[in-house]
Each structure stands twice: as structure tokens, then as C-alpha cells.
Design a protein around this ligand. Structure first.
Ligand code: WTA
Length: 631
């Protein structure tokens, strides 16, 4: 099916956008009909800055909307999930099969004592059971907290404890680049410090899984005795669907809470507007379910739309750089949604790998996670999409629930500019402002803000009102501030320039510099540390750590390696410092604040500018020397 079939005239799009901003209650009330509700809301929106409530007193069930309603129509036997393992193993679940599995697992959760409102932690590879576990939680109104399976034991324990999860769903191993990663070992270590966990369920993939009597269970064993049907619990629209932890500017991750009604309406509608998703599509979003993209656009929105999704466990360039293209050809993927870091890596392998496969089923492309550089955009457009597939550059965040700046190419053929996510989406009043909140003229760099509530916005941070207000609402009065720099050009296109806080974006993953520093300081050798991001051709940015050693420790290569390994073990591989530099002093202001801005300029070899606030200039000279020795 041609995407253009659903196009509406530009004037129509503009009038929809106008209506969505002028009369949000009427507009979103209409949009919410995309879902099945057990009870209609009394009021569409209640907005008391900074908390919005959507579809008040409406009742619905997210799992019912993603699964049950499709088995009542002709999607019953349609593929819901096409799963590929790294070794080429393939499993396909129809909507009916998904329905059966989800019901049974919902009953398993009930049998383990999970009730509506309880938290369930999910630490799983990209296997269908991960989506089944999420949907089963939603079915009984339990709140899931998915933790990325690349995170370490400490990171897992911290997230479990903050959410006070009762049950953990996991797997004994995961496959990555031909290796088996021992998740069980990580889980066992984490659970030494997780007093709230009563039970753990393992998807068994290895024969020698050893379970702890009374605590650990095997997924298949529990499923054998489970009931075939569990009544979906209709929850109030503002009942949390999930918590997802993301990095912030302090050492502690933030528990972003999303609602059931608003989140489901917003993600479902944005999926339609973004790519005009329809029943002919095979949608492949390569994100892991451990991140928001995996929640919104692997699981909830596509399944609510009755779409066939592809789920892949493993690296997209393993066992060879053609793997991603092979999967597209094999399953006839029509929409590919991936990250610039992946595109740059694939580009590096060369177009011969792409040309080996028939990608003629592709009709649209998507990019998310960081600004896409024009060279990668061009390659994605010309080589992958063969100039036929428009690219939707989607700007959004864990907190926004769904796309907020994006070209709605599913309904309108708007002209694209490589590297720009184009315009604020439908129902989003975004702007670029100075630090006082004044709107800036074209091409002036400032802070991106959103001035109105939208249904996908976070409900808050888990049990942390003060941090919610401080993190998003205090920088610019009465505006949601995502902490990204942006410019708006003379045609009104938005260009996102990167983070305006101490958060790095490594291969599309958010990593708080404070989190890495916190880990380094917990090592006995480290007195102080400062972490910054260094530009990287493939990953966008990589962490670099400056470390001041405690007395008695020497500047040795082995110690650097030990510290790198320590961060990797404590936080997980994505936070691994690219390099560590030992210094005697960090540049600080007179009030004692570390001047990361100077470290960044030093590493980039840029002019340092005004150094008048620095407490001691010798620190800069020393770092310069250390850097030149390093080269
Ligand atoms: C960045 C991922 C430019 C941005 C969905 C944001 C982007 C952070 C884009 C959120 C894009 C995401 N263009 N930058 N299209 N998409 N970002 O919470 O800095 O993991 O604040 O959500 O990624 O990352 P998060």
C-alpha cells in the first residue's frame, strides 16, 4: 500500500494542529476513541502545573487494547510478533497465541501474589516473553518496571528497590554476538540486596538452571498449571501503566511514571500520524524493551494498532554486517525505526552489504535517540530507502511518552530537511527560549520547551515530587523543559542540538555523568572524578573520566584498566569510559564546583575562553600535558 493514500492536504494538517492547541479537551477526547474504554471519562483534562490528569474517571485496560480486541476481529490469526534470534531461530506468535500466553502469564502473576498496583520488575532479553510479561502486568493492573538487560547487578538492585518490586521476571541467559550472557548470575547478585522481591520467574534457555527453592520458578513450569483466561482489570486512566528509570543529573536514576489512558492514546495516535501504520505493515523498531522506545513503539502502540511487529534478540551486525538487511528481506519489513548510531555503523560497513538484499518492501524509515547528522541521513535515505522512503526523525524522551517533534509523514507529505526533526507534533506547543523563557528569533540557540500538557507526558517521578518539579519545571517557569538545546530556523523547522545538562547520549542511550562519577568515587583508589562526553563518529558521544587518585595509589595503566572494568561491572557496558585520565587536580570554581565545560574544551582542543572563575590555573596546564602525553 502506498503511504500517500492517507495523505491530507497541508491546510487540513494545520487546522488539526490549531484545533489541538486551542481546544485540547475536544481534540484529545475525539482521539481517545482509538482505544476501547470500559467507561468513558468525565473530563478530558485537569491541568495544575506541573501535574496533568487525562481522561479522568475513564476506565480501560491497556492489555485488552493491545490483544483482546484484535482476536474479536479478523486480526485473530494475524502475526502479532515475529521474533528472530541471533542464530536465525524464528518464532511467530499470532494475536490469538499472544492472547493465550498473556492470559496465562497474568494468572501466573496472580498466583505469585501480584495485585493491582503492585510493581513487577522485568529484566529480560528481547524475547517474546518480555512483551508477554509487560502485557500480563497491564492486564491485572500491576505496574511494570523494565530494567535494560545490559545493566549490572547494582543498577538492577537500585531500580528494584526504588520501585519496591515484589516479583522479578527474567531469564537465565541472553545471547549477544554469539556469546551467552549469564543473566542469572547478575540477578543472584542483585537479589542479595533486594528485600522486597518475593519471587523470581526465569525463562529457561539453558539446561543447567539452578533455582532457589521457594523463591525462583521456571516460566514454563508455572505456565503449565495456569488458567487460560484472566479478566482484564479496567483501571482508571491515570493508574500508572509502568515506571521506567532514566538518567538525570544526579547519581540516582529517575523513575518516570506513565499513565494508562493518556500514554496509550498518545502513543497510538503518534504511531498513526508518524507512519500511517496499517494492516499491511510489518513494523520493526530495533530498540530494546529496556528503553522507552521499546515500551512505546515496540510493544504498546503497534500492538494497540494491531500491527505485526518484528522483535530481534542480538546485534544487528552479527554474525555479519548484513544481518539487519537480511531480516528486513526475510520478513518483508515495511517500516524500519532505528537510531543514528546504528545507521552510522551500518554506513561504515559499506553499501555492498545493503545491496545484497531486496529491501523493496520498505516504505518508510524512522530515526530516534539523537540528532541524525546529514551524512547519515543521506545514506539512510538513498542507500537504504532508495530515495523512495521518507525518513521520520522523531524527537522525544522517556518523559514525553511518545514523539513530540516529528514530521507526521503518515498523513502529510511535508518537505524534510536532513538533520531536523521538523515541527512540533500535533497537540504540542513547543518553542525555543532564552533562560528567562523569552521566545528566541530564528536561528538563535536556546532551550527547547513545551508549553502545554499532552496525553503522553509523564505523570511524575515515582514517589519524588520535589525532584519532578526541580528536574523539569523550575528552569523555565510553567514550561516543561526537556533539557535539550535547539534552534528554530527561518522556516520554523526545529533542530535539536544536544543535551543542556550533565547527561550524555552514548549510542542513543542516556547516561548521567553524575552516575558514572558516583561509581568511580566508590572505588577505593578514587578521590574525585569528573566525567564528560567526547564526540565519537559512531556513538555520537563516549564517556571520558578525569580521576584524582587517593594517596598511596599510583598512576598506572593497570589501575586505569581496573577502573574501566569496575564501571563496566557496576553500571553495565554502556557506561564504560572510553578513556581515563589521572590528574592531580580538577578545574573548579572558587565555590568548589567542577568545571566540566573546561574539561570538555580541553579534550576537544578548543579555546578555553574566560577562566576568571577558576580557582587554580595549574589544574588546566596539568590536564593539557596529560592529554598531549596520551596522544
Ligand atoms: C535525545 C529516547 C535529537 C535528546 C526516545 C533527548 C534526540 C534524549 C532525538 C532522550 C532526535 C532523542 N533528535 N535528539 N530525534 N531523539 N534525542 O529518554 O537529547 O532515552 O532529550 O528517549 O535523546 O533520550 P531517552
Amino acid at each position: 500500500m502506498k503511504s500517500g493514500d492517507k495523505y491530507i492536504p497541508l491546510e487540513k494538517l494545520n487546522s488539526i494542529k490549531k484545533e489541538a492547541l486551542e481546544n485540547p479537551e475536544k481534540f484529545w477526547g475525539e482521539q481517545a476513541k482509538c482505544l476501547d474504554w470500559n467507561k468513558t471519562w468525565d473530563k478530558v483534562l485537569e491541568w495544575h502545573v506541573p501535574y496533568a490528569k487525562w481522561f479522568i474517571n475513564g476506565r480501560l485496560n491497556a492489555c485488552y487494547n493491545c490483544v483482546d480486541r484484535h482476536i474479536l476481529n479478523n486480526r485473530r490469526n494475524k502475526a502479532a510478533i515475529i521474533w528472530e534470534g541471533e542464530n536465525g531461530e524464528c518464532r511467530i506468535l499470532t494475536y490469538y497465541e499472544l492472547y493465550r500466553e498473556v492470559n496465562k502469564f497474568a494468572n501466573v502473576l496472580q498466583n505469585l501474589g501480584v495485585e493491582t498496583g503492585d510493581r513487577v520488575a522485568i529484566y529480560m532479553p528481547m524475547i517474546p516473553e518480555a512483551a508477554i510479561a509487560m502485557l500480563a502486568c497491564a492486564r491485572i493492573g500491576a505496574i511494570h518496571s523494565v530494567v535494560f538487560s545490559g545493566f549490572s547487578a547494582d543498577a538492577l538492585a537500585e531500580r528494584i528497590n526504588d520501585a519496591e518490586a515484589k516479583v522479578l521476571i527474567t531469564s537465565d541467559i541472553l545471547y549477544r554476538r554469539g556469546k551467552k550472557i549469564d543473566l542469572k548470575g547478575i540477578v543472584d547478585k542483585a537479589l542479595l540486596n533486594c528485600p522486597t522481591i518475593n519471587h523470581t520467574v526465569y525463562v529457561k534457555r539453558n539446561n543447567d538452571l539452578k533455582l532457589m527453592e521457594g523463591r525462583d520458578y521456571c516460566w514454563d513450569e508455572l505456565m503449565k498449571g495456569a488458567k487460560n483466561y484472566v479478566e482484564p482489570v479496567p483501571v482508571e486512566a491515570n493508574h500508572p501503566l509502568f515506571i521506567l528509570y532514566t538518567s538525570g543529573t544526579t547519581g540516582k536514576p529517575k523513575g518516570v511514571v506513565h499513565s494508562t489512558g493518556g500514554f496509550m492514546v498518545y502513543t497510538t495516535k503518534t504511531l498513526e500520524w508518524t507512519w500511517g501504520i496499517n494492516d499491511m505493515d510489518v513494523f520493526w523498531c530495533t530498540a530494546d524493551i529496556g528503553w522507552i522506545t521499546g515500551h512505546s513503539y515496540v510493544v504498546y502502540a503497534p500492538l494497540a494498532c494491531g500491527t505485526t511487529i518484528v522483535m530481534y534478540e542480538g546485534a544487528i551486525d552479527y554474525p555479519n554486517p548484513g544481518r539487519i538487511w537480511e531480516i528486513i528481506e526475510k520478513h518483508g519489513v515495511t517500516i524500519l525505526y532505528t537510531a543514528p548510531t546504528a545507521i552510522r555503523m551500518l554506513m561504515m560497513y559499506g553499501e555492498e552489504w545493503v545491496k545484497k538484499y531486496n529491501l523493496s518492501t520498505l516504505r518508510m524509515l524512522g530515526s530516534v535517540g539523537e540528532p541524525i547528522n546529514p551524512r547519515a541521513w543521506k545514506w539512510y535515505y538513498e542507500v537504504v530507502g532508495q530515495k523512495r522512503c521518507p525518513i521520520c526523525d522523531c524527537y522525544w524522551q522517556t518523559e514525553t511518552g511518545g514523539h513530540v517533534i516529528y514530521p507526521p509523514i503518515g498523513i502529510q507529505d511535508i518537505p524534510l530537511k536532513p538533520g531536523s526533526a521538523t515541527f512540533p507534533g500535533i497537540g504540542i506547543d513547543a518553542d525555543v527560549v532564552d533562560e528567562y523563557g523569552n521566545s528566541l528569533p530564528p536561528n538563535k540557540r536556546g532551550l527547547l520547551v513545551i508549553k502545554n500538557p499532552w496525553p503522553g507526558m509523564l505523570m511524575g517521578l515515582w514517589k519524588n515530587d520535589a525532584r519532578y518539579r526541580a528536574a523539569y519545571w523550575e528552569r523555565i517557569k510553567n514550561c516543561y523543559c526537556p533539557s535539550d538545546y535547539a534552534i528554530k530556523d527561518e522556516d520554523g523547522y526545529f533542530w535539536i542540538l544536544g543535551r543542556a545538562d550533565e547527561v550524555l547520549n552514548v549510542a542513543g542511550h542516556r547516561i548521567g555523568t553524575a552516575e558514572v562519577e558516583h561509581v568511580l568515587i566508590s572505588h577505593p583508589a578514587v578521590a574525585e572524578s569528573a566525567v564528560i562526553g567526547k564526540p565519537d563518529d559512531i556513538k555520537g558521544e563516549v564517556p571520558v573520566a578525569f580521576v584524582v587518585l587517593n594517596k598511596g595509589y599510583q598512576n598506572k595503566k593497570e589501575l586505569k584498566e581496573e577502573l574501566i572494568h569496575y564501571v563496566k561491572e557496576t553500571m553495565g557496558p554502556i557506561a564504560t569510559p572510553h578513556m581515563i585520565l589521572f590528574v592531580n587536580k580538577l578545574p573548579k570554581t572558587r565555590s568548589g564546583k567542577i568545571m566540566r565545560r573546561i574539561l570538555k574544551k580541553l579534550i576537544m582542543g578548543e579555546e578555553l575562553g574566560d577562566l576568571s572563575t577558576i580557582e587554580d590555573n595549574t589544574s588546566v596546564d596539568e590536564i593539557r600535558k596529560e592529554l598531549s602525553d596520551f596522544k
